[in-house]
Write a protein that binds this ligand. Structure first.
Ligand SMILES: *[C@@H]1O[C@H](CO)[C@@H](O)[C@H](O)[C@H]1NC(C)=O
Ligand SMILES: *[C@@H]1O[C@H](CO)[C@@H](O)[C@H](O)[C@H]1NC(C)=O
Ligand SMILES: *[C@@H]1O[C@H](CO)[C@@H](O)[C@H](O)[C@H]1NC(C)=O
Length: 249
């Protein structure tokens, strides 16, 4: 981790009472970022796009895997190719975890397609349907702090499952019947819970070590993600806050 010193409250520079809201906001942002760096919050996200039907030569399943929002693995059912991307992709590709991860992607893709074909009669459009599924898990300070599933049908977000407490949220009321069907399926609920709180969390713990050992981020974030480069550091005898370049020596 580049030159990030632990920040505790007594290290924060004293702000004059008249400081502007913008500066206050900035300080808050800096503190949050510093805090996140200290406790090492990480996330692993699996993104599946499943089609009920596809032309020959077109995939019915595409999957992407993101570590801390950085894409490192891509899967396409048509070519049956698993493509490692970036430093982490390369690193994982060389371990035994690669086999587990790719096997799981293929299996979950097939399971989700069965699920889509099951609910197809309840989807009020004729023609092929698309199911997009995002499975996310988060860890902070060596604990699983989040595990969730998000489902979109034909591009429309419709259901959320918080796997930490198995709470369903209906976003689009047209999907309430689907929610009832899934909620009453004990095996399916167990499946969602095991994958997100079990497997995802297990791999995230494994990759977190690799991530922290990496010399520098694989990509320079742009836009909003650029906020991640806010840091507080000790310089010229005082605490300085600002936008430091990501690639510091
Ligand atoms: C997952 O894929 C969908 C569409 O393919 C996209 O809209 C969404 O932003 C992706 N999620 C992430 C975390 O990239
Ligand atoms: C991944 O591993 C395979 C065999 O272990 C190797 O042939 C391939 O070049 C690797 N891919 C990358 C991007 O490192
Ligand atoms: C379930 O947990 C989430 C946080 O993970 C929380 O926001 C939500 O209120 C909880 N729901 C219930 C019903 O406990």
């Amino acid at each position: 981790m580049p030159n990030v010193l632990p920040v505790t409250l007594h290290n924060v520079p004293r702000m004059p009472l008249t400081c502007s809201p913008v500066r206050l906001l900035l300080l808050l942002l800096l503190l949050l970022t510093a805090l996140e760096i200290m406790v090492g919050a990480h996330s692993l996200c699996f993104n599946f796009t499943i089609k009920s039907w596809s032309r020959p030569g077109q995939p019915w399943c595409e999957a992407q895997v993101f570590m801390n929002k950085n894409l490192f693995l891509q899967y396409n059912s048509d070519s049956n190719m698993f493509k490692p991307l970036g430093l982490l992709g390369k690193k994982v590709n060389a371990t035994s975890t690669w086999g587990e991860l790719t096997q799981m992607l293929g299996e979950v893709g097939r399971d989700l397609r069965m699920l889509l074909l099951d609910i197809k009669p309840q989807i009020k459009t004729s023609g092929p349907s698309t199911l997009q599924v995002e499975m996310l898990c988060q860890r902070e300070a060596e604990r699983c702090t989040g595990a969730s599933w998000q489902f979109a049908i034909n591009g429309e977000k419709c259901l959320l499952l918080d796997a930490m407490n198995m709470t369903w949220t209906v976003i689009n009321h047209e999907a309430s019947k689907i929610k009832e069907t899934w909620k009453n399926n004990r095996r399916l609920e167990k499946y969602f819970r095991k994958l997100s709180m079990g497997d995802c969390n297990h791999w995230l713990r494994e990759f977190s070590g690799d991530w922290e050992a990496m010399p520098e981020p694989t990509d320079i974030p742009t836009g909003v993600e650029g906020l991640a480069s806010f840091n507080i550091r000790w310089q010229k005898g005082e605490w300085q806050a600002g936008l430091w370049p990501l690639r510091m020596s």
